[in-house]
Design a protein around this ligand. Sequence first.
Ligand SMILES: [N-]=[N+]=N[C@@H]1[C@H](O)[C@@H](CO)O[C@H]1n1ccc(=O)[nH]c1=O
Length: 256
Amino acid sequence: MNIVTPRKMSFGINGKLNGLESKTPFLIGVSGGTASGKSTVCKRIMEKLGQVDMDHMQRQVVCISQDSFYRDLSPAEKLKAEKGQYNFDHPDAFDNDLILQTLQDILAGVKCEIPAYDYRTNSLMKDQITTIYPADVVLFEGILVFYFPKIRDLFHMKLFVDTDSDTRLARRVPRDIKERGRDLDYVLNQYMNFVKPAFEEFCLPTKKFADVIIPRGADNTVAIDLIVHHIWDILRLKKAENSSRQHPYIYQHRLA
Ligand SMILES: [N-]=[N+]=N[C@@H]1[C@H](O)[C@@H](CO)O[C@H]1n1ccc(=O)[nH]c1=O
């Protein structure tokens, strides 16, 4: 009879999941500069989690953007934004109290409604709401998701997508012109006046809080596979913990 030794798992000292109750979603923060590939990394993780899930449990994996929490602009701010004189890259541009409350609700398994953001009108689309039902894995991506400690401390895993600034600018220019209806001067001025200085002052210093730094973003398939398998191991252990809680004497899970 071949003895199957449980795979080595490292989840804190006592082998338990650190503060992760069986029903609590696994909350992952994904940060990095604009156009670093944050949302593509989230997309790849979601796709692969579905493939990797051998025990065919219906995994609920959702992704939320920090951009959905931009504050409403006053008429004066709207005017500044139209002239490219409003700083969307400053931490205070976001409704951080709402972000904190929303993530806490999600961790408590409360259903949440998240509006999409319209870069053309610089405003939230109240008619384009995504409903977030209790999920197994929730990804929250944005340039400043690790800036405020209270928000940062909610994540079970923190990823920083580390893409060269020139690559990010080269991606951002065509994207802003094509998808966000802007002209080259506007995009470059905004980058030099706000995006670049704010990245250096507010975003880059949060890289040190990351558990995993992903150089080259979504192209880095090795990093993404490692992350996905780690998440899957955690989810499997969560499921096992849940079972052992329900049937304490049947299930003896040994951490080899
Ligand atoms: N300006 N600028 N930069 C921000 C930031 O770099 C990025 C955050 O995802 O989206 C950009 N952003 C945000 C809101 C908006 O209305 N327009 C816009 O370009």
